[in-house]
Design a protein around this ligand. Sequence first.
Ligand SMILES: Cc1ncc(COP(=O)(O)O)c(C=O)c1O
Length: 396
Amino acid sequence: MCQGKEIIAERIKAIPPSPTLTITAKAKALRAAGEDVISLAAGEPDFDTPDHIKKAAIDAIHSGFTKYTEVGGIPELKEAVAQYIKMEYGLSYTLDEIMISCGGKQALYNLFQVILEPGDEVIIPAPYWVSYPPIVILSGGRPIIVKTREEDGFRLRAEDIKPYIGPKTKAIIINSPSNPTGSIYAKEDLLKIAELIIGYNIHIISDDVYHKIILDDIEWCCIASLGKEVKKRTFIINSASKTYAMTGWRIGYLIGNKNVIKAATRVQSQSTSNPNSIAQKAALAALTGPQDFVRGFVEVFKKRRDLLMENLAKIPGVSCFRPQGTFYAFPRFSSYFNKKIKDSLKFTEYLLEEAKVAVVPGIAFGSDGFVRLSFATSLDTIEEGLFRIKKALDKL
Ligand SMILES: Cc1ncc(COP(=O)(O)O)c(C=O)c1O
Protein backbone atom coordinates (compact mmCIF):
# COMPACT_ATOMS: atom_id res chain seq x y z
CA MET A 1 0.00 0.00 0.00
CA CYS A 2 1.35 3.49 -0.89
CA GLN A 3 1.95 5.49 2.24
CA GLY A 4 -0.56 8.26 2.89
CA LYS A 5 -2.96 6.92 0.25
CA GLU A 6 -6.27 5.45 1.40
CA ILE A 7 -6.79 2.06 -0.24
CA ILE A 8 -10.58 1.85 0.19
CA ALA A 9 -12.58 4.17 -2.09
CA GLU A 10 -15.01 6.66 -0.53
CA ARG A 11 -18.07 5.21 -2.29
CA ILE A 12 -17.32 1.79 -0.77
CA LYS A 13 -16.91 3.32 2.69
CA ALA A 14 -20.48 4.62 2.33
CA ILE A 15 -21.74 1.02 2.33
CA PRO A 16 -22.63 0.16 5.92
CA PRO A 17 -21.41 -3.16 7.35
CA SER A 18 -24.18 -5.73 7.26
CA PRO A 19 -25.87 -6.44 10.63
CA THR A 20 -26.92 -9.78 9.13
CA LEU A 21 -23.30 -10.81 8.77
CA THR A 22 -22.59 -9.91 12.40
CA ILE A 23 -25.35 -12.24 13.58
CA THR A 24 -24.48 -15.01 11.13
CA ALA A 25 -20.81 -14.90 12.20
CA LYS A 26 -21.81 -15.14 15.87
CA ALA A 27 -24.20 -18.03 15.16
CA LYS A 28 -21.42 -19.84 13.30
CA ALA A 29 -18.96 -19.31 16.16
CA LEU A 30 -21.51 -20.67 18.68
CA ARG A 31 -22.18 -23.72 16.49
CA ALA A 32 -18.46 -24.34 16.13
CA ALA A 33 -18.23 -24.26 19.94
CA GLY A 34 -20.78 -27.09 20.03
CA GLU A 35 -23.88 -25.04 20.90
CA ASP A 36 -27.26 -26.15 19.53
CA VAL A 37 -28.19 -23.03 17.54
CA ILE A 38 -31.51 -22.83 15.67
CA SER A 39 -31.77 -20.55 12.65
CA LEU A 40 -34.86 -18.57 11.72
CA ALA A 41 -32.71 -16.37 9.50
CA ALA A 42 -32.71 -18.17 6.14
CA GLY A 43 -33.24 -16.02 3.06
CA GLU A 44 -33.96 -18.89 0.70
CA PRO A 45 -36.34 -21.84 0.34
CA ASP A 46 -35.08 -24.93 2.16
CA PHE A 47 -36.33 -27.21 -0.68
CA ASP A 48 -33.95 -28.84 -3.10
CA THR A 49 -34.00 -27.74 -6.76
CA PRO A 50 -36.39 -30.15 -8.55
CA ASP A 51 -34.81 -33.05 -10.45
CA HIS A 52 -35.98 -32.08 -13.95
CA ILE A 53 -34.16 -28.75 -13.54
CA LYS A 54 -30.97 -30.44 -12.32
CA LYS A 55 -31.18 -32.88 -15.22
CA ALA A 56 -31.28 -30.02 -17.74
CA ALA A 57 -28.05 -28.70 -16.21
CA ILE A 58 -26.39 -32.13 -16.31
CA ASP A 59 -27.46 -32.54 -19.96
CA ALA A 60 -26.01 -29.10 -20.71
CA ILE A 61 -22.66 -30.15 -19.27
CA HIS A 62 -22.65 -33.45 -21.14
CA SER A 63 -23.54 -31.78 -24.44
CA GLY A 64 -20.69 -29.29 -24.04
CA PHE A 65 -22.87 -26.25 -23.42
CA THR A 66 -20.03 -24.86 -21.37
CA LYS A 67 -18.80 -21.85 -23.34
CA TYR A 68 -19.59 -18.14 -23.31
CA THR A 69 -23.14 -17.40 -24.39
CA GLU A 70 -24.83 -14.20 -25.59
CA VAL A 71 -24.04 -11.59 -22.93
CA GLY A 72 -27.70 -10.86 -22.16
CA GLY A 73 -28.72 -14.52 -22.10
CA ILE A 74 -29.51 -17.21 -24.67
CA PRO A 75 -32.44 -16.40 -26.98
CA GLU A 76 -34.36 -19.56 -25.93
CA LEU A 77 -34.32 -18.42 -22.31
CA LYS A 78 -35.39 -14.88 -23.24
CA GLU A 79 -38.22 -16.41 -25.27
CA ALA A 80 -39.20 -18.58 -22.28
CA VAL A 81 -39.20 -15.48 -20.03
CA ALA A 82 -41.39 -13.62 -22.56
CA GLN A 83 -43.88 -16.53 -22.63
CA TYR A 84 -43.82 -16.85 -18.84
CA ILE A 85 -44.46 -13.13 -18.33
CA LYS A 86 -47.30 -13.26 -20.86
CA MET A 87 -48.87 -16.13 -18.91
CA GLU A 88 -48.19 -14.77 -15.41
CA TYR A 89 -48.63 -11.01 -15.92
CA GLY A 90 -50.70 -10.89 -19.10
CA LEU A 91 -48.05 -8.56 -20.59
CA SER A 92 -46.20 -8.81 -23.90
CA TYR A 93 -42.51 -7.98 -24.24
CA THR A 94 -40.15 -8.49 -27.16
CA LEU A 95 -36.80 -10.22 -26.68
CA ASP A 96 -34.90 -6.91 -26.90
CA GLU A 97 -36.83 -5.79 -23.82
CA ILE A 98 -35.43 -8.69 -21.75
CA MET A 99 -31.99 -9.28 -20.23
CA ILE A 100 -31.00 -12.44 -18.36
CA SER A 101 -28.66 -11.70 -15.46
CA CYS A 102 -26.74 -13.39 -12.64
CA GLY A 103 -29.75 -13.32 -10.30
CA GLY A 104 -32.31 -10.59 -9.70
CA LYS A 105 -29.65 -8.74 -7.70
CA GLN A 106 -27.39 -8.33 -10.72
CA ALA A 107 -30.40 -7.17 -12.76
CA LEU A 108 -31.01 -4.43 -10.18
CA TYR A 109 -27.34 -3.49 -10.06
CA ASN A 110 -27.05 -3.20 -13.84
CA LEU A 111 -30.28 -1.21 -14.02
CA PHE A 112 -29.15 1.36 -11.44
CA GLN A 113 -25.74 1.63 -13.13
CA VAL A 114 -27.60 2.56 -16.30
CA ILE A 115 -30.27 4.96 -15.05
CA LEU A 116 -28.63 6.88 -12.19
CA GLU A 117 -26.63 10.08 -12.64
CA PRO A 118 -24.60 11.09 -9.57
CA GLY A 119 -26.97 12.34 -6.88
CA ASP A 120 -30.14 10.96 -8.50
CA GLU A 121 -32.65 9.82 -5.91
CA VAL A 122 -34.44 6.51 -5.58
CA ILE A 123 -37.47 6.25 -3.31
CA ILE A 124 -37.31 3.09 -1.21
CA PRO A 125 -40.24 2.21 1.05
CA ALA A 126 -39.09 0.88 4.46
CA PRO A 127 -38.96 -1.85 5.65
CA TYR A 128 -36.92 -2.66 2.54
CA TRP A 129 -34.81 -5.52 1.24
CA VAL A 130 -31.30 -5.01 2.65
CA SER A 131 -29.54 -4.63 -0.70
CA TYR A 132 -31.55 -1.73 -2.19
CA PRO A 133 -29.76 1.18 -0.47
CA PRO A 134 -26.21 -0.17 -1.01
CA ILE A 135 -26.88 -0.89 -4.69
CA VAL A 136 -28.23 2.65 -5.18
CA ILE A 137 -25.18 4.11 -3.38
CA LEU A 138 -22.76 1.96 -5.43
CA SER A 139 -24.41 3.34 -8.55
CA GLY A 140 -23.86 6.94 -7.44
CA GLY A 141 -27.46 7.54 -6.37
CA ARG A 142 -29.11 8.55 -3.09
CA PRO A 143 -31.57 6.24 -1.38
CA ILE A 144 -34.60 8.18 -0.11
CA ILE A 145 -36.22 6.08 2.58
CA VAL A 146 -39.96 6.47 3.08
CA LYS A 147 -41.37 4.74 6.15
CA THR A 148 -44.53 2.67 5.83
CA ARG A 149 -46.83 1.88 8.75
CA GLU A 150 -47.46 -1.47 10.36
CA GLU A 151 -51.18 -0.59 10.56
CA ASP A 152 -51.24 -0.06 6.76
CA GLY A 153 -49.79 -3.54 6.31
CA PHE A 154 -46.46 -1.86 5.45
CA ARG A 155 -47.90 -0.63 2.14
CA LEU A 156 -46.86 2.76 0.89
CA ARG A 157 -49.74 5.13 0.29
CA ALA A 158 -49.53 7.37 -2.78
CA GLU A 159 -49.91 10.45 -0.56
CA ASP A 160 -46.85 9.35 1.48
CA ILE A 161 -44.68 9.41 -1.64
CA LYS A 162 -45.59 12.87 -2.91
CA PRO A 163 -43.55 14.96 -0.43
CA TYR A 164 -40.42 13.00 -1.36
CA ILE A 165 -40.64 13.62 -5.08
CA GLY A 166 -38.27 16.32 -6.30
CA PRO A 167 -36.21 17.26 -9.37
CA LYS A 168 -33.64 14.55 -8.58
CA THR A 169 -36.14 11.70 -8.15
CA LYS A 170 -35.39 9.03 -10.73
CA ALA A 171 -37.22 5.95 -9.56
CA ILE A 172 -39.28 4.24 -6.90
CA ILE A 173 -39.02 0.60 -5.86
CA ILE A 174 -42.12 -1.51 -5.31
CA ASN A 175 -41.46 -4.94 -3.80
CA SER A 176 -44.62 -7.04 -3.56
CA PRO A 177 -44.74 -9.54 -1.87
CA SER A 178 -42.25 -7.79 0.35
CA ASN A 179 -39.08 -9.04 1.94
CA PRO A 180 -39.15 -8.67 4.99
CA THR A 181 -42.85 -8.05 5.80
CA GLY A 182 -44.67 -10.47 3.48
CA SER A 183 -47.17 -7.76 2.57
CA ILE A 184 -48.75 -7.55 -0.87
CA TYR A 185 -50.03 -4.41 -2.60
CA ALA A 186 -53.67 -4.52 -3.68
CA LYS A 187 -54.45 -3.42 -7.24
CA GLU A 188 -56.21 -0.28 -5.93
CA ASP A 189 -53.07 0.79 -3.98
CA LEU A 190 -50.93 0.30 -7.07
CA LEU A 191 -53.39 2.23 -9.24
CA LYS A 192 -53.08 5.26 -6.96
CA ILE A 193 -49.28 5.04 -7.02
CA ALA A 194 -49.32 4.63 -10.82
CA GLU A 195 -51.54 7.72 -11.24
CA LEU A 196 -49.15 9.76 -9.12
CA ILE A 197 -46.01 8.53 -10.90
CA ILE A 198 -47.38 9.17 -14.38
CA GLY A 199 -47.62 12.87 -13.47
CA TYR A 200 -43.86 12.96 -12.95
CA ASN A 201 -40.90 11.75 -14.99
CA ILE A 202 -40.18 8.86 -12.65
CA HIS A 203 -39.54 5.18 -13.25
CA ILE A 204 -40.90 2.26 -11.27
CA ILE A 205 -38.86 -0.77 -10.38
CA SER A 206 -41.15 -3.68 -9.65
CA ASP A 207 -39.22 -6.32 -7.74
CA ASP A 208 -41.38 -9.40 -8.17
CA VAL A 209 -39.00 -12.14 -7.05
CA TYR A 210 -41.60 -13.51 -4.56
CA HIS A 211 -44.59 -13.19 -6.89
CA LYS A 212 -45.35 -16.94 -6.85
CA ILE A 213 -45.12 -17.27 -3.07
CA ILE A 214 -48.62 -16.05 -2.22
CA LEU A 215 -50.00 -17.58 0.97
CA ASP A 216 -53.54 -16.19 0.98
CA ASP A 217 -56.36 -16.01 -1.50
CA ILE A 218 -55.10 -12.71 -2.90
CA GLU A 219 -54.83 -11.67 -6.50
CA TRP A 220 -51.25 -10.54 -7.08
CA CYS A 221 -50.82 -7.67 -9.50
CA CYS A 222 -47.77 -6.06 -11.07
CA ILE A 223 -47.99 -2.29 -11.42
CA ALA A 224 -46.80 -2.60 -15.06
CA SER A 225 -50.09 -4.26 -15.95
CA LEU A 226 -52.12 -1.16 -15.02
CA GLY A 227 -51.92 0.59 -18.38
CA LYS A 228 -49.66 1.50 -21.28
CA GLU A 229 -48.15 4.61 -19.67
CA VAL A 230 -47.19 2.83 -16.46
CA LYS A 231 -45.85 -0.18 -18.37
CA LYS A 232 -43.53 2.17 -20.29
CA ARG A 233 -42.10 3.49 -17.03
CA THR A 234 -41.74 0.16 -15.24
CA PHE A 235 -38.77 -2.16 -15.03
CA ILE A 236 -39.57 -5.67 -13.85
CA ILE A 237 -37.07 -7.65 -11.81
CA ASN A 238 -37.73 -11.34 -11.38
CA SER A 239 -35.70 -14.46 -10.80
CA ALA A 240 -35.60 -18.24 -10.72
CA SER A 241 -34.20 -18.13 -7.17
CA LYS A 242 -37.23 -18.18 -4.87
CA THR A 243 -39.90 -19.70 -7.15
CA TYR A 244 -37.88 -22.74 -8.16
CA ALA A 245 -35.56 -23.14 -5.14
CA MET A 246 -32.65 -22.10 -7.35
CA THR A 247 -30.88 -19.43 -5.27
CA GLY A 248 -27.39 -20.82 -5.91
CA TRP A 249 -27.83 -21.06 -9.68
CA ARG A 250 -27.90 -17.26 -10.04
CA ILE A 251 -30.41 -16.62 -12.79
CA GLY A 252 -32.64 -13.56 -12.79
CA TYR A 253 -33.95 -11.14 -15.38
CA LEU A 254 -34.67 -7.51 -16.11
CA ILE A 255 -37.54 -6.44 -18.36
CA GLY A 256 -38.37 -2.99 -19.72
CA ASN A 257 -37.41 -0.23 -22.15
CA LYS A 258 -35.21 -1.71 -24.87
CA ASN A 259 -32.63 1.11 -24.83
CA VAL A 260 -32.11 0.58 -21.11
CA ILE A 261 -31.89 -3.20 -21.65
CA LYS A 262 -29.25 -2.61 -24.33
CA ALA A 263 -27.25 -0.39 -21.97
CA ALA A 264 -27.68 -2.81 -19.02
CA THR A 265 -26.37 -5.58 -21.28
CA ARG A 266 -23.32 -3.39 -22.02
CA VAL A 267 -22.74 -3.07 -18.26
CA GLN A 268 -23.03 -6.86 -18.01
CA SER A 269 -20.59 -7.32 -20.92
CA GLN A 270 -17.94 -5.37 -18.99
CA SER A 271 -18.57 -6.97 -15.61
CA THR A 272 -19.86 -10.53 -15.27
CA SER A 273 -20.28 -11.36 -19.00
CA ASN A 274 -23.07 -13.86 -19.64
CA PRO A 275 -24.88 -15.60 -16.78
CA ASN A 276 -23.57 -19.15 -16.30
CA SER A 277 -24.39 -21.19 -19.43
CA ILE A 278 -25.40 -24.33 -17.51
CA ALA A 279 -27.63 -22.39 -15.12
CA GLN A 280 -29.34 -20.76 -18.10
CA LYS A 281 -30.32 -24.20 -19.41
CA ALA A 282 -31.56 -25.13 -15.94
CA ALA A 283 -33.66 -21.95 -15.76
CA LEU A 284 -35.05 -22.73 -19.22
CA ALA A 285 -36.23 -26.12 -17.90
CA ALA A 286 -37.68 -24.39 -14.82
CA LEU A 287 -39.72 -21.87 -16.82
CA THR A 288 -40.92 -24.24 -19.53
CA GLY A 289 -41.39 -27.39 -17.42
CA PRO A 290 -44.14 -28.39 -14.96
CA GLN A 291 -45.20 -25.65 -12.53
CA ASP A 292 -47.40 -27.64 -10.13
CA PHE A 293 -44.60 -28.30 -7.60
CA VAL A 294 -44.47 -24.54 -6.93
CA ARG A 295 -48.00 -24.81 -5.53
CA GLY A 296 -46.72 -27.64 -3.34
CA PHE A 297 -43.93 -25.39 -1.98
CA VAL A 298 -46.49 -22.68 -1.24
CA GLU A 299 -48.78 -25.12 0.64
CA VAL A 300 -45.84 -26.05 2.88
CA PHE A 301 -44.96 -22.37 3.49
CA LYS A 302 -48.61 -21.69 4.36
CA LYS A 303 -48.63 -24.35 7.12
CA ARG A 304 -45.38 -22.98 8.48
CA ARG A 305 -46.67 -19.40 8.42
CA ASP A 306 -49.76 -20.48 10.36
CA LEU A 307 -47.69 -22.30 12.99
CA LEU A 308 -45.32 -19.36 13.33
CA MET A 309 -48.18 -16.89 13.80
CA GLU A 310 -49.89 -19.19 16.31
CA ASN A 311 -46.73 -19.42 18.40
CA LEU A 312 -45.87 -15.73 18.09
CA ALA A 313 -49.31 -14.93 19.49
CA LYS A 314 -48.28 -16.71 22.72
CA ILE A 315 -45.57 -14.10 23.34
CA PRO A 316 -46.99 -11.08 25.16
CA GLY A 317 -46.30 -7.57 23.86
CA VAL A 318 -45.51 -8.64 20.28
CA SER A 319 -47.46 -7.46 17.24
CA CYS A 320 -47.01 -9.00 13.82
CA PHE A 321 -48.52 -8.26 10.43
CA ARG A 322 -49.74 -11.60 9.07
CA PRO A 323 -47.53 -12.26 6.04
CA GLN A 324 -49.57 -12.71 2.85
CA GLY A 325 -46.60 -13.83 0.78
CA THR A 326 -42.87 -14.78 0.94
CA PHE A 327 -41.49 -16.95 3.76
CA TYR A 328 -40.81 -14.15 6.23
CA ALA A 329 -42.64 -12.53 9.12
CA PHE A 330 -41.66 -9.17 10.60
CA PRO A 331 -42.85 -8.96 14.22
CA ARG A 332 -42.34 -5.93 16.45
CA PHE A 333 -40.43 -6.78 19.62
CA SER A 334 -39.67 -3.23 20.79
CA SER A 335 -41.68 -3.71 24.00
CA TYR A 336 -38.76 -5.87 25.15
CA PHE A 337 -36.14 -3.20 24.51
CA ASN A 338 -34.60 -1.75 27.67
CA LYS A 339 -31.47 0.06 28.87
CA LYS A 340 -29.23 -2.86 27.95
CA ILE A 341 -31.13 -4.11 24.91
CA LYS A 342 -31.39 -0.77 23.19
CA ASP A 343 -32.10 -1.79 19.61
CA SER A 344 -32.89 -4.67 17.27
CA LEU A 345 -29.22 -5.60 16.88
CA LYS A 346 -28.74 -5.93 20.66
CA PHE A 347 -32.07 -7.78 20.81
CA THR A 348 -31.00 -10.36 18.22
CA GLU A 349 -27.67 -10.78 20.03
CA TYR A 350 -29.61 -11.46 23.23
CA LEU A 351 -31.78 -14.07 21.47
CA LEU A 352 -28.70 -15.75 20.07
CA GLU A 353 -26.87 -15.86 23.40
CA GLU A 354 -29.84 -16.66 25.64
CA ALA A 355 -32.19 -18.68 23.38
CA LYS A 356 -29.62 -19.90 20.85
CA VAL A 357 -31.91 -18.71 18.06
CA ALA A 358 -30.56 -16.71 15.10
CA VAL A 359 -32.89 -14.08 13.59
CA VAL A 360 -32.21 -10.95 11.51
CA PRO A 361 -32.45 -7.53 13.21
CA GLY A 362 -35.03 -5.08 11.83
CA ILE A 363 -32.39 -2.37 11.47
CA ALA A 364 -30.98 -4.30 8.48
CA PHE A 365 -34.29 -3.52 6.76
CA GLY A 366 -34.41 0.09 7.95
CA SER A 367 -36.92 -0.62 10.74
CA ASP A 368 -35.49 -0.92 14.21
CA GLY A 369 -37.98 -2.32 16.71
CA PHE A 370 -38.63 -5.37 14.55
CA VAL A 371 -36.91 -8.63 13.67
CA ARG A 372 -37.28 -10.80 10.60
CA LEU A 373 -38.21 -14.42 11.19
CA SER A 374 -37.89 -16.81 8.29
CA PHE A 375 -40.21 -19.78 8.03
CA ALA A 376 -38.20 -21.44 5.28
CA THR A 377 -37.47 -24.20 7.76
CA SER A 378 -39.22 -27.21 9.28
CA LEU A 379 -42.33 -27.06 11.50
CA ASP A 380 -40.29 -28.53 14.37
CA THR A 381 -37.62 -25.84 14.05
CA ILE A 382 -40.27 -23.10 14.00
CA GLU A 383 -41.99 -24.50 17.10
CA GLU A 384 -38.75 -25.01 19.01
CA GLY A 385 -37.40 -21.61 17.91
CA LEU A 386 -40.49 -19.73 19.10
CA PHE A 387 -40.57 -21.72 22.34
CA ARG A 388 -36.97 -20.75 23.06
CA ILE A 389 -37.59 -17.10 22.18
CA LYS A 390 -40.56 -16.96 24.57
CA LYS A 391 -38.54 -18.54 27.35
CA ALA A 392 -35.69 -16.06 26.86
CA LEU A 393 -38.10 -13.11 26.82
CA ASP A 394 -39.86 -14.30 29.99
CA LYS A 395 -36.56 -13.62 31.74
CA LEU A 396 -36.49 -9.94 30.81
C1 LIG B 1 -36.70 -8.63 -2.43
C2 LIG B 1 -35.59 -9.33 -3.12
N1 LIG B 1 -35.24 -8.93 -4.35
C3 LIG B 1 -34.26 -9.52 -5.04
C4 LIG B 1 -33.55 -10.57 -4.47
C5 LIG B 1 -32.44 -11.15 -5.30
O1 LIG B 1 -32.53 -12.49 -5.49
P1 LIG B 1 -31.61 -13.25 -6.53
O2 LIG B 1 -30.43 -12.37 -6.81
O3 LIG B 1 -31.23 -14.53 -5.88
O4 LIG B 1 -32.45 -13.45 -7.77
C6 LIG B 1 -33.86 -11.01 -3.19
C7 LIG B 1 -33.08 -12.07 -2.54
O5 LIG B 1 -33.11 -12.29 -1.35
C8 LIG B 1 -34.91 -10.39 -2.49
O6 LIG B 1 -35.27 -10.78 -1.26
